[in-house]
Design a protein around this ligand. Structure first.
Ligand SMILES: [Zn+2]
Length: 480
């Protein structure tokens, strides 16, 4: 892995706010924008406690930064700011931890004149991997809305600006633009994100996602388990937690989505979230209502920190439980501490010993008059079975039952038929059988009046008669 590289120092300057579209931070001189991987950007908020009450009632400067984080979270899609609040202290450059601190120097040097704060960022390739925000300790701060005051700077709006740099936004005014934006280089009376700021951030991370279709238990996405190993994908971005919903893996979570499947056979199922890009919670249930589920298994982390001492960010969850053929199971994926992102769900089914279906009664050849119906049937053993009928070697759409009926068989339907019966373990192919369609003699019309009477049978007669006509006058000649 390459070492992170210091790429940009962005500062917000003291001055009069002024009015120029957004500017994106790019890699070197080429137009590759720098972004974070989808998921959570966690910042350690290490600002010291304020020495006097903050005007807006915020409990701390760290809380002011959190408010600014929530503002950005509300308008972007694939990433989300989150925070932890360790004791106040300095930042460490290049440690892959995003720190927000108050200091009188940045990287060992004094702040440039009129600089309130600096965001120092590191990147590998096109990925942002670390950003530290350093507020200038030689200035006086409060937390408030409205016009900029002379006695103290509003730390929240500075945080809003610096977090824009963390996301990958530059200064529009320094890119030759004249726009109204929090991201302009000079602080002013603006304390809310402007349209240009939002457009810039959404260029990098999209708009907030819509609620996933499988957010609710009752709307669980269906997995069809047709093979021993399969994966499905999804997201819990914008998902929520339902009233009465259990805590998955004994953790509060808060952004769950659901899948359901019917076990095709008995066996032992292992499910993992390997490949998901956030710290997941995973649990399995049976039951028919979100408030009345029977838990089967739950897991937060597949590996404990002791098992994986080199990485304290264990994200993958794994569960194993026994399944019974024909039973419906539910899987819930949530985010640890409400985290969210893209989900990969992997199922591996070690099926109990079993074997492919056995056909115990083969279909039999049929000979029917044109216009009559013909039915083929098969009987097989082997648990949960599926069927596919074929005509002259081609699968027949919709012919997926043990019986297949051709209503009103015509000459074109004559040919070879067979069926493949499948279960989880394999398949069995029936003997091919022939359908022969004979052209019937045109029946003598009943003396008691025509074939137009009510009921279904007479109309079949008419179909048969029409087919016979299609066969040509030769029949008529023979009848004579
Ligand atoms: Zn700036």
């Amino acid at each position: 892995m390459k070492t992170g590289r210091l790429i940009w120092l962005w500062a917000v300057l003291i001055g009069v706010g002024r009015l120029g579209a957004f500017d994106l931070i790019t890699r070197d001189e080429v137009p590759y924008v720098i972004t974070w991987e989808p998921g959570t950007i966690t910042l350690q908020l290490k600002l010291p406690a304020p020495t006097r009450a903050l005007t807006d009632g915020a409990s701390s400067f760290n809380a002011s930064v959190q408010a600014a984080m929530q503002t950005w979270n509300g308008i972007i899609g694939t990433v989300r700011f989150d925070s932890s609040v360790p004791p106040a202290g300095p930042n460490t450059a290049g440690n892959r931890i995003n720190e927000v601190v108050l200091a009188d120097k940045v990287g060992g040097e004094d702040f440039a004149a009129n600089t309130l704060a600096v965001t120092v960022s590191y990147t590998i390739g096109d990925n942002r991997v670390e950003s530290d925000i350093v507020f200038n300790a030689t200035r006086t701060y409060d937390s408030y809305r409205g016009p900029l005051r002379a006695d103290a700077y509003d730390l929240q709006r500075i945080a809003l600006h610096e977090l824009g740099h963390v996301l990958g936004l530059g200064h529009p005014d320094e890119a030759g633009q004249t726009v109204t934006a929090v991201m302009n280089s000079r602080i002013g009376n603006l304390y809310e994100l402007q349209a240009d700021d939002i457009a810039g951030a959404r260029t990098l991370y999209g708009a907030p996602a819509t609620v996933p279709a499988n957010d609710a238990f009752a709307s669980a996405a269906t997995i069809v388990v047709t093979s021993p190993g399969l994966s499905v994908t999804g997201t819990n971005i914008q998902a929520g937690k339902e009233a009465g919903e259990p805590n998955h893996a004994a953790s509060a979570g808060g952004r769950s989505v659901w899948w359901r499947f019917v076990a095709p056979v008995a066996g032992r199922l292992t499910v993992t979230t390997l490949g998901s890009n956030f710290d997941t919670l995973l649990a399995a249930y049976t039951g028919s209502a979100v408030g009345a589920l029977t838990p089967l298994a739950g897991n937060d982390d597949a590996e404990t920190p002791e098992q994986n001492p080199g990485d304290n960010r264990v994200r993958t969850s794994t569960i194993t439980f026994d399944v019974a053929a024909g039973v419906t199971y539910y899987l819930a994926v949530d985010g640890w501490d409400g985290l969210f992102g893209q989900i990969t769900l992997n199922l591996a089914l070690a099926a109990a010993a079993g074997s492919p279906p056995v056909i115990t009664a083969q279909p039999v050849a049929r000979t029917v008059a044109a216009g009559a119906s013909a039915t083929f049937s098969v009987t097989a053993t082997g648990g949960v079975l599926s069927y596919q009928w074929y005509f002259n070697g081609n699968a027949i759409s919709g012919a997926t039952s043990a019986d297949y009926t051709i209503a009103g068989a015509q000459v074109a339907n004559a040919g070879s038929y067979h069926v493949v019966v499948s279960n989880f373990y394999g398949s069995a192919t029936s003997n091919p059988v022939q359908l022969t369609v004979t052209a019937p003699s045109v029946p003598v019309a009943p003396s008691s009046g025509g074939g137009g009477g009510g009921g279904g049978a007479p109309s079949v007669w008419f179909l048969g008669a029409l087919a016979a006509l299609a066969a040509g006058r030769r029949f008529a000649a023979m009848r004579r």
